[in-house]
Design a protein around this ligand. Structure first.
Ligand code: SF4
Ligand code: MG
Length: 333
């Protein structure tokens, strides 16, 4: 499997009255063809800013101040807006949480599906219409001819999200970025949309980056998981590693917050406290004010990544003890 997207030491900052404040603090990850990477963390942890950096869609006061983003071997961080526009909706597509705001209320579905085809292909009118019908069928909308003529408000939330996905797929992207694509939908529709994205990934061999705060969603779709906290990646691993042998106290907290079907949603062990603001100075490990295991060292020194397996690493001092015990054991065995 080839690497599609390679992000290295990405720092994204916001210009504010208090100076430049980093929201993403040196994030690295990669996505292969045909795999789903879930970026998970609480709202405000930097996961959306990470994907908006990739898309070149940062708000006006945001900028990439360090690091690189390579997509199919091309460096994206140096590209001008008109060059990024050639990628967006073409080989990299994004779907958002609320399709009602991402869709234009004054244009029909048909018009909005044709738009990326107009921008990025040379298809004739007839071919575009048949591509639009093909796409709407692909995302499971029945009677696509009828749907083409509808306006967004005439569709249900689930249908709108399917339309958004159809628009995102119009030009056969290699990479699909989905930011909380099912958060606004009810549980049944949510499951259908996740399954749809998963099937399309398999059929089309796309790479998918799924941003979510919901570990249930992660369990459903992820091949690999990247957990973010306060602008840092605190743990990455395969979905099995993250769920079966989570390492970082924050990941453990997130997992403990997932409602368990057996206890009917009671006993939620939420993580006490909240994410720091961008302007809050925190020394050492950025999770230390909320961490039940925080040691003196945690308040002073930022932990490095400790590698557990090829794929699995965690940014926490607790592993130092374990790592040094293991190497001691190795030395004596
Ligand atoms: Fe907790 Fe320390 Fe690990 Fe940070 S480094 S997560 S404070 S134990
Ligand atoms: Mg977000």
């Amino acid at each position: 499997m080839g690497t599609l997207l390679d992000v290295n030491h990405l720092v994204t900052s916001f210009r504010t009255a208090e100076g430049k404040l980093p929201a993403v603090r040196g994030v690295s990850f990669s996505v292969d063809k045909g795999e789903t990477l879930c970026i998970v963390g609480e709202s405000g942890c930097g996961k959306s800013i990470t994907t908006l950096s990739v898309m070149g869609l940062l708000p006006d006061n945001g900028e990439i101040t360090q690091g690189s983003i390579t997509f199919q071997g091309e460096e994206l961080t140096k590209k001008k807006e008109d060059e990024m526009r050639k990628h967006r909706g073409n080989d990299i597509s994004m779907i958002f949480q609320e399709p009602m705001t991402a869709l234009n209320p004054v244009f029909t579905v048909g018009y909005q599906i044709m738009e990326p085809l107009n921008l990025h292909t040379k298809l004739g009118k007839k071919e575009k219409k048949s591509r639009a019908i093909e796409l709407l069928t692909q995302v499971g909308l029945s009677d696509p001819e009828k749907v083409l003529k509808k306006y967004p408000h005439q569709l249900s939330g689930g249908m709108r999200q399917r339309v958004m996905i159809a628009i995102a797929l119009a030009c056969n992207p290699s990479l699909l970025i989905a930011d909380e694509p099912t958060t606004a939908l009810d549980v049944t529709i949510q499951a259908q949309i996740l399954e749809l994205i998963d099937d399309l990934k398999e059929d089309l061999g796309m790479g998918v980056v799924m941003v979510t705060h919901d570990m249930g969603v992660v369990a459903e779709v992820a091949d690999r998981v990247m957990v973010m906290y306060a602008g840092n990646v605190v743990e990455t691993g395969t979905v099995e590693e993250i769920f079966e042998t989570p390492q970082h106290p924050y990941t453990k907290g997130l997992l403990a917050s997932v409602p368990n079907v057996d206890d009917e949603g009671h006993n939620l062990e939420a993580i006490p406290g909240s994410l720091p603001n961008l302007n809050e100075k925190i020394s050492g490990c950025r999770f230390h004010p909320r961490c039940p295991y925080a040691m003196d060292k945690c308040k002073m020194e930022e932990p490095p990544y400790f590698q557990k397996t090829d794929q699995h690493k965690s940014k926490c001092w607790l592993h130092e003890e374990v790592a040094s015990n293991e190497s001691r054991q190795k030395a004596y065995s």
